[in-house]
Design a protein around this ligand. Structure first.
Ligand SMILES: C[S@@+](CC[C@H](N)C(=O)[O-])C[C@H]1O[C@@H](n2cnc3c(N)ncnc32)[C@H](O)[C@@H]1O
Length: 225
């Protein structure tokens, strides 16, 4: 029997992720002074806004806001089972999702992960974490607004796209990557309920996806066209 490599569940990545998830659980928007002054309605409005996202995520710049542990495991599994070699990610933050995806690339034999984040302090923390996890050589962090950074120089084909930045931009970001998605490529969108336009796009059969809500907070789509 061939033993599969599993970077995700071994040192240094496994204890690093465990620590990062524990730290994230103590630093949520609910406990953040930056969010305390906003009503629930205002927060929901900002989450859906196509124009106020810089301000909103600027307030949240000290928070990791990661995917759940379950979504992290799902990302690793999807990237491995599809033998992904090229991955694009929207929303790096402290790099928790990036670590899962880069681990899958490592175990697939290598590849390229392009991720993007506009908060420089978050980029610095992500770099630190990716170095500590031993996967920084697989990752290119593009610093700036995804609407610009993902408009240029994308790989010919993309095997997996993770959408986890400003929710209202999901349709715009997908538009930039869509022509590169190979048949069978996965698109994972976290908290896509905040982007009805995105859900309408990936769920309309004529747009070339199979799509289903998954695990409560994820929309999982596969490119078929
Ligand atoms: C939910 S967090 C990402 C969490 C990360 N994927 C993880 O699981 O560790 C969203 C991040 O996207 C960044 N972001 C939001 N809109 C962006 C944009 N238009 N361009 C680049 N980064 C953006 C925010 O600053 C924030 O750090």
């Amino acid at each position: 029997m061939t033993t599969l490599m599993n970077t995700l569940t071994t040192t240094p990545l496994a204890p690093l992720l465990d620590r990062l998830f524990k730290e994230a659980a103590k630093a949520t928007p609910a406990t953040s002074p930056a969010m305390a002054s906003l009503s629930a309605e205002e927060r929901a409005r900002l989450m859906r806004s196509k124009t106020d996202y810089l301000d909103f995520y600027g307030r949240l710049k000290d928070l990791p806001l990661p995917i759940s542990r379950e979504t992290g495991t799902l990302l690793y599994m999807l990237a491995r089972s599809s033998r992904a070699r090229t991955i694009v990610e929207f929303g790096t933050s402290f790099g928790i999702s990036t670590l899962h995806l880069a681990a899958a690339l490592r175990d697939n034999g290598g590849g390229r992960l392009i991720t993007t984040e506009f908060e420089p302090s978050k980029v610095a923390r992500a770099r630190e974490n990716l170095a500590a996890g031993g996967v920084i050589d697989l990752v290119e962090i593009r610093v700036g607004d995804a609407l610009q950074t993902l408009s240029v120089d994308l790989p010919e084909t993309v095997d997996l796209l993770l959408l986890d930045g400003a929710k209202a931009l999901y349709p715009e970001v997908l538009k930039r990557v869509e022509s590169r998605l190979r048949p069978g490529a996965f698109v994972v969108a976290d908290n896509a309920d905040y982007s009805p336009d995105y859900l309408a796009h990936v769920r309309a059969p004529s747009n070339g996806y199979l799509s289903t809500p998954f695990g409560g907070d994820v929309e999982l789509s596969m490119r078929i066209g």
